[in-house]
Ligand binder design. Structure first.
Ligand SMILES: NC(=O)C1=CN([C@@H]2O[C@H](COP(=O)(O)OP(=O)(O)OC[C@H]3O[C@@H](n4cnc5c(N)ncnc54)[C@H](O)[C@@H]3O)[C@@H](O)[C@H]2O)C=CC1
Ligand SMILES: O=C(CO)COP(=O)(O)O
Length: 335
């Protein structure tokens, strides 16, 4: 079986190694020529997870045509800001019935579309597109550290195809049909993780962290419900599981950026310094747009959006949050 992974960042590199255990051949499409060269010559991606040696049946290419030739299954894992353009470029080489699994976490700005919806729009035949999410820091997955994820698909056979490709004793994979739920959780938890980082950077304690995570989960649930997903999904791996991992882990780029932002570093400087994506920064804007269009109250997201993009000082954004009068613990959804 031949698998193509589109995207050679940290998660693309780690998932290539996971897929290589069952596939005969894995070919990674990489935007960066240095990654392509490193993987083909030394089985190492010099830009991401550079201390991880990929299995010998993983190769790389910067050509869509070459990377996608003969693919029996495709995994898409490019950061959300580049997803549509990348899939548009790859689409002519993707056959109509090949199953596709989307690992990107985000919401498209402007359209409010989920990542699998963007992929399906560009390649057609939406029933063959699935999504995977969960608490899965690439740094731990590539070391075989015990983890779990959930795959969502409309078509159970598509979910099973990818589950049997990726499952192992170290990587437990559950399935669900709630694509909206898991993909919305995946995008919005990154926003909440930045705010947790901001609070930690500003000197707040663990009670505050728990407060932001819990009210963040309520915010995510309201958006999932309004978008047509199942709020119970928020209690699972893609919801609470990933929220806990991202809001507390030193591996999280979103949390780390929040800490740096509280200390005065700009988003641009942080991304240049780390050359990694901070998905929650893009998601703060796209989630806020989506919440407004759905008429959902999303105060934590609105506060981050205002200080990242509308020139509102961080202290003022936090004060706006704290000035809210606590009322009913749950509102706006049928939990
Ligand atoms: N890193 C992780 O542990 C996890 C990441 N994810 C998600 O996976 C997705 C990919 O993230 P990472 O692999 O972490 O990325 P990364 O931050 O490690 O790397 C950035 C990637 O963007 C690529 N890139 C830069 N400019 C580009 C362009 N113009 N067009 C196309 N690609 C370009 C780079 O080549 C590189 O592959 C994100 O949505 C992220 O939220 C999900 C679970 C775990
Ligand atoms: O989604 C992730 C872990 O599940 C990765 O989170 P960060 O992008 O914050 O590192």
């Amino acid at each position: 079986m031949n698998i193509t992974v589109i995207g050679a960042g940290s998660w693309g590199t780690a998932i290539s190694g996971v897929a290589a255990a069952r596939a005969d051949r894995v070919c990674v499409w990489s935007f960066d020529e240095d990654s392509t060269k490193g993987i083909n010559e030394r089985h190492v991606n010099p830009l991401y997870l550079s201390d991880y040696t990929l299995p010998g049946n993983v190769s790389a290419s910067s050509s869509y045509e070459e990377a996608l030739r003969g693919a029996d299954g495709i995994i898409v894992v490019v950061p959300s800001p580049f997803l549509r353009a990348t899939i548009k470029g790859a689409a002519p080489y993707i056959l109509h019935d090949v199953p596709v699994l989307c690992l990107t976490k985000g919401i498209e700005e402007g359209s409010g579309k989920l990542m699998s919806e963007v992929v399906a729009e560009e390649i057609g035949n939406p029933g063959r597109v699935a999504a995977l999410s969960g608490p899965n820091h690439a740094e731990e997955i590539c070391k075989g550290s015990l983890s779990a994820a959930v795959i969502a698909a409309e078509d159970h056979d598509v979910a099973e195809f990818f589950r049997s490709l990726l499952i192992s004793p170290e990587f437990r994979i559950y399935v669900t049909s709630d694509m909206i739920g898991i993909e919305t959780c995946a995008a919005v938890k990154n926003v909440i993780a930045i705010v947790c980082g901001v609070a930690a950077g500003a000197g707040y304690g663990d009670n505050t962290l728990a407060l932001i995570m819990t009210r963040g989960l309520a915010e995510i649930s309201r958006i999932v419900h309004a978008r047509g997903g199942d709020p119970m999904t928020c209690m699972g791996l893609a919801g609470m599981g990933d929220l806990v991992a991202t809001c507390t882990s030193p591996h999280s780029r979103n949390r780390s950026f929040g800490v740096a932002f509280a200390h005065g570093e700009s988003l641009e400087d942080y991304q240049r310094r780390t050359h990694m994506v901070v998905e929650g920064a893009a998601a703060a804007r796209s989630t806020a747009q989506l919440a407004r269009s759905l008429g959902v109250d999303a105060p934590i997201t609105f506060a981050l959006e205002s200080s990242l993009y509308q020139g509102v000082e961080l202290e003022e954004a936090l004060r706006t949050l704290l000035d809210r009068i606590p009322t009913e613990e749950f509102y706006g959804l049928d939990l």
